[in-house]
Design a protein around this ligand. Structure first.
Ligand code: GUN
Length: 287
């Protein structure tokens, strides 16, 4: 079998078009322009790339983009003061504090200082609780993008066996909640899981979110299963710098029914969902 390639790049472009139309309507009908503030502390090169790309796409869909770049040694008090200022700024509807933060900053404290209604990352403890209890919340962007691709490919996910590999607060745990919400039977696997290969072999849906290059081989995949690869890993191969996922693409694609590529799968969907969440936050703020 050769898998259908789920084209996240094309899907994300369609989502951004819909966001742009919504932004246009907000402007013409209500005179409102959604605004997204991104806060970057320090000079992590990968974070700088993400933040630049988020800013560019925010502007492309017609929204205001505000970037706050702070020194790596910024104090917690100064960061919290900036977040407070953004929480109280009526022109800012979404706030994203880029992670990871430098070690001297308390990540939980910072995340929970963002107003829940502006928390477009969906990381605030209120949003985590709302998602876990099936209530209206801000949903983390990467898992939301994965869910949209799965729904688009399968229609209903009801009754499917899903295995999420990885238990991070950013991807693994919210992904499991979303799949449960769509009536999947969900297993969360992680570094201590016994017989991981056997666990993965039972799955109709495999979401790989461990951050280990090409860790999932094709012989772990049930024939016809769908593989959603969240990994973005840089490796050296044949003297070249290459981007690979957490799944071994070629061997998985030979067995799976569908698979997301890296790059061009989950990555573009994450930013598209961030823009969609910002519009949602803006609409909720304006009744
Ligand atoms: N760092 C890596 N992924 C993310 C994300 O989705 N949101 C934020 N704020 N930081 C990240």
């Amino acid at each position: 079998m050769t898998a259908t390639i789920i084209d996240g790049k094309a899907f994300a472009a369609r989502v951004r078009e819909q966001v742009a139309e919504h932004v246009k309507r907000l402007k013409t009908d209500h005179g409102i322009k959604p605004g997204l503030a991104v806060v970057l502390v320090g000079e992590d090169p990968a974070s700088q790339v993400y933040v630049r790309s988020k800013g560019k796409m925010t502007v492309e869909v017609g929204m205001n983009s505000v970037e706050h770049k702070l020194d790596a040694d910024t104090s917690e008090a100064d960061l919290l003061s900036l977040i407070d200022q953004l929480n109280n700024d009526p022109e800012i509807h979404g706030i994203l504090v880029q992670l990871p933060l430098p070690k001297h900053l308390d990540e939980d404290l910072v995340i929970n200082s963002v107003a829940p209604e502006k928390d477009v990352d969906g990381f605030h403890i209120s949003n985590v609780g709302l998602l876990g209890t099936g209530q209206k919340s801000m949903v983390p962007c990467t898992p939301l993008g994965c869910l949209m691709m799965l729904r688009d490919h399968h229609g209903s996910l009801s009754g499917m066996d899903a295995v999420v590999i990885g238990r991070s607060n950013i991807v693994g745990k919210p992904m499991a909640q979303l799949l449960l919400g769509d009536s999947c039977t969900v297993t969360i696997a992680h570094s201590r899981t016994k017989d991981l290969a056997d666990v993965v072999r039972r799955a109709d849906i495999v979401v790989a979110a461990v951050g280990r290059p090409e860790m999932v081989p094709g012989d772990w995949i049930k024939p016809g299963a769908t593989v959603i690869d969240v990994g973005i890993n840089r490796i050296e191969r044949d003297g070249k710098n290459k981007l690979v996922g957490d799944a071994d693409f070629d061997s998985c694609a030979a067995v799976a029914g569908a698979i997301t590529p890296v790059p061009g799968g989950v990555g573009p969907m994450t930013i598209a969902c961030l823009l969609a969440n910002t519009v949602t936050a803006c609409c909720r703020a304006n009744g």
